[in-house]
Design a protein around this ligand. Structure first.
Ligand code: GLN
Length: 480
């Protein structure tokens, strides 16, 4: 079996009888075992994997096969998985066995995918470096001294290191796209409402969206097709046509917003310029667009996301589920001690600032103002999409930084999200694609589409990947 095979390659290997789903499952389990130093996984479901793989083999024998039958995947540890730990990488939930499957998990199981386990992440998905996890930092497989990005860092690093064919992640302000960029994989944040949030532990409910991290745009489309679609269990789930992400991309007008290039290093600018030339050579036309409120996006995002987090996380009170203090003097003291012990410092910071932004006397100055900015940013994009079919930008201002480099300075860490938060606030789909290297480290580009425009992004991404080989470069691991 070849390491780093993508979903499409594994599909043909399974269908042609080159290997069974069970053999494939053992192969991935052994790769995970050999790469424990990366710390990509919080839970590996040994027994469940083999049982699911055997079922997949039965389905394959009966020729009852879907695109994902027998494909080994892993879920970010904020998707509830029945009978398996769902910790959100927090001490608060390190005893939480979910009683049901998230819709994303359920749909992938029904599609025949084999769940290898649960991937590491920033605690409650708050962070850009995967260093806030209660289970320890994840290492970037391209350079183990560097972060994999966050918060879906375990998922991105697992795909990059060939420990799963694809993974799920979640993106509230960049958490699929930025780790995809840092690890040299393909990540899609779908349109808000495209993918059900049911059973996905909430961070900021008006922004949270699940999506795939995979080796190719084509694989990301295959996963999206399995998880997308209306779900009555999510009140903001959209009724939308399935994404037609396996058709030929028409010639597109690609917008370049001037506001996205100011803080970019010259080596990243050069890589993105080459990506632009490649897309041009494929017949796409570039047009300038303006997104004038871009520089207010990150501030607005941190006010809104913090405010929503402060209310969402109020449910962790030590009474119903999650960590409970061993002893307490009163009910109020039980809440205090359980929450003080259960949450890490970044989560506490978000709860404190979010509560402040919502409190009487400050609500208008912070939360309401941030909502007004959000509206302006959304309008900027709607105007830009009158001129352009999709928009090309960087994903992050740098490649993966070193562990411990930014973690002591939350403001600098938050500024990592300047290129990803605008599309989040506007609820737009955005794809992160590998497009080159700066030194040893991968660089990603971001393609942002109009609402429910995933097909344009994925078809363009596939066309780009047919032309380039950035997505098939792999970190050295001694096995290739
Ligand atoms: N880095 C951002 C934050 O810390 C985004 C996180 C996310 O998208 N879940 O909030």
């Amino acid at each position: 079996m070849i390491p780093y095979a993508n979903v499409a390659q594994l599909r043909s290997g399974l269908d042609n009888g080159e290997f069974s789903a069970e053999e494939l499952a053992y192969f991935y389990l052994s790769r995970i075992e050999a790469a424990t130093d990366l710390n990509c996984f919080i839970t590996v479901d040994q027994e469940g994997v083999i049982a699911a793989a055997k079922n997949a083999d039965k389905a394959i024998a009966k020729k009852n096969v879907g695109p994902l039958t027998g494909i080994p995947i892993a879920h970010k540890d904020l998707f509830c998985t029945k009978g398996l730990l769902t910790s959100c990488a927090s001490h608060m939930l390190n005893n939480f066995i979910a009683p049901y499957d998230a819709t994303v998990v359920d749909r992938l199981r029904k599609a025949g995918a084999v769940t290898l386990g649960k991937t590491n992440m920033d605690e409650f998905a708050m962070g850009s470096s995967n260093e806030t996890s209660f289970y320890g930092a994840v290492k970037n497989p391209w350079d183990r001294t560097r972060v994999p990005g966050g918060s879906s860092g375990g998922s991105a690093a697992a795909v990059a290191a060939g420990l799963a064919a694809a993974c799920t992640g979640s993106d509230t302000g960049g958490s699929i796209r930025q780790p995809a960029s840092f690890c040299g994989v393909t990540g899609l944040k779908p349109t808000y409402g495209r993918v059900s949030r049911y059973g996905m532990i909430a961070f900021a409910s008006s922004l949270d969206q699940g999506g795939p991290l995979a080796s190719t745009a084509s694989d990301a489309g295959t996963i999206l097709n399995a998880i997308e679609g209306y779900d009555p269990n999510d009140s903001t789930s959209a009724i939308a046509e399935a994404t037609d992400c396996h058709s030929v991309s028409p010639a597109l007008k690609i917008g370049i917003p001037s506001q996205y290039w100011n803080d970019l290093s010259s080596s990243l600018t050069k890589v993105l310029e080459e990506a632009r030339l490649t897309l041009e050579s494929l017949g796409h036309q570039f047009v300038p667009v303006e997104l004038p409120h871009t520089n207010a996006a990150t501030a607005a995002y941190y006010v809104i996301a913090g405010a929503e987090a402060s209310t969402n996380l109020s449910r962790y009170d030590g009474v119903r589920y999650g960590h409970r203090a061993a002893s307490a003097e009163s009910l109020e003291n039980l809440y205090q001690v359980s929450r003080s012990e259960g949450f890490g410092s970044e989560v506490k910071r978000r709860i404190l600032t979010g509560t402040y932004a919502l409190s009487v006397g400050y609500y208008e100055a912070y939360y309401l103002k941030a909502q007004q900015i959000r509206r302006l940013i959304r309008q900027d994009f709607l105007d830009a999409f009158l001129e352009a079919d999709v928009i090309l930008t960087p994903v992050a201002p740098s490649t993966a930084f070193k562990r411990n480099e930014l973690i002591e300075d939350p403001i600098v860490m938050y500024q990592q999200d300047i290129y990803t938060t605008p599309a989040s606030l506007a609820g737009l789909p955005a794809l992160s694609l590998p497009c080159g290297f700066s030194g040893q480290m991968p660089v990603g580009m971001q393609l942002i589409g109009p609402h429910f425009g995933e097909a344009s992004l994925l078809n363009l991404g596939r066309e780009y990947q047919n032309e380039t080989d950035w997505h098939v470069r792999h970190p050295e691991s001694g096995d290739d």
